[in-house]
Design a binder for this molecule. Structure first.
Ligand code: UDP
Length: 335
């Protein structure tokens, strides 16, 4: 495990937007563990208080319900702003297209403005979706991507690409100390069972004995990373002075059909497989080139995928709240 020693030796105060989300909540928890104070901002559109309720007793932690597309004001000193607020699973951003574009654009502008005002380091949670349906494999940071701006996924991909461009503009024009991380498919505890992504969906289906819904013939691939590894990499980037973008992900690439079969086996489930229609513009392949993260940050993933899947399945068994409606009905914020 990377110790993120610099962050521990030099604790400060961080603002985490999207702090009640899957990744945001893990970022908050790890920063608190390193002795940082954390202010989490969240509008609970796709995040949930249950993700951070265990942190509320911590003296250094505060949670404020706020929409970063509105004006963001934070009193007092801040050393780091980590911008994680966004719907991030395909069914969420397909149902919340305008909210997704607003948080990636206006929300990023506000988060950058906060970092500028406070003289804080700014870290943007960007995405492998910046590469779209890639024509280069694996994807290095120098690849500009193959994104359909007018397809349904364009709302997320282009919002994040805009957010990257805006981050670089604040760096160049206002000398804000910025970093961009491109996050590849990540899984672990606190994913919502109904968020529509492959791993929580297959686990939920396997545990309920329902058919595993494999899109297309399942030959498309993803490279999947355990959340603990991902947070290590993100904090390694935060404590560095690199601007990025830096890919953080596990190059362990697997076809979706193999992934479904693996999850069924590890769950001890007798679920069948149901082949369903492939979503529009669903990328064929995806694998991070993590040379930069290895060489410049000394980071690489440690947790074997089988161990990580077992831990995640165990967490889902202990949290069988499979009726969580967020992600399947969330359309409230479309104005
Ligand atoms: N997928 C699937 N069945 C599901 C959900 C997803 O086969 O129930 C497929 C999806 O079409 C895609 C892959 O799994 O090819 C990964 O999808 P996910 O939503 O997890 O992430 P992303 O597309 O953003 O990488």
């Amino acid at each position: 495990m990377i110790t993120n020693e610099k962050l521990r030796r030099n604790p400060g105060r961080a603002v985490v937007t999207g702090g009640a989300g899957f990744l945001g909540s893990h970022v908050c928890e790890r920063l608190l563990g390193l002795g940082w104070e954390v202010l989490a901002l969240d509008n609970f559109l796709t995040g949930g208080a249950e993700n951070i309720s265990h942190l509320l007793e911590h003296n250094g932690f505060r949670l404020v319900r706020a929409d970063v597309t509105d004006y963001v004001h934070v009193a007092g000193p801040v050393q780091a702003v980590l911008h994680f607020a966004s719907p991030a699973s395909p069914i969420d951003y397909l149902q919340l297209p305008i909210a997704t574009m607003k948080v990636g654009s206006i929300g990023t502008m506000h988060a950058l403005g906060l970092a500028k005002e406070k003289g804080a380091r700014f870290l943007l949670a960007s995405t492998s979706e910046a590469y779209g349906d890639p024509l280069v494999h694996p994807q290095p940071e120098t690849y500009w991507g193959n994104v359909n701006p007018v397809g349904p996924r364009g709302v997320y991909d282009e919002a994040k690409r805009f957010a990257e461009a805006l981050t670089m503009a604040y760096r160049r024009a206002h000398s804000v100390d910025t970093a961009i991380v491109r996050i590849f498919n990540t899984f672990g505890p606190r994913m919502r069972p109904n968020d529509g992504r492959a791993i929580p969906t297959f686990i939920r289906q396997a545990l309920l004995g329902e058919p595993l819904t494999v899109a297309g013939d399942g030959s498309q691939t993803r490279s999947i990373c355990y959340v603990d590894d991902l947070i290590d990499g993100i904090l390694a980037l935060l404590q560095s002075d690199l601007p990025g973008p830096v890919n953080i992900g596990n190059p362990h690439e697997i076809s979706i059909l193999d992934l479904a079969n693996w999850i069924r086996e590890l769950s001890g489930s007798a679920s069948s497989t149901e082949f369903v229609a492939r979503p529009e513009d669903d990328p064929e392949i995806r694998q991070p080139d993590i040379t930069q993260a290895r060489e410049l940050l000394g980071w690489s993933p440690r947790v074997p995928i089988e161990t990580a899947l077992k831990q995640t399945i165990a967490w889902f068994r202990e949290h069988p709240d499979f009726s969580d409606p967020r992600g399947t009905t969330a359309a409230a914020d479309e104005r």
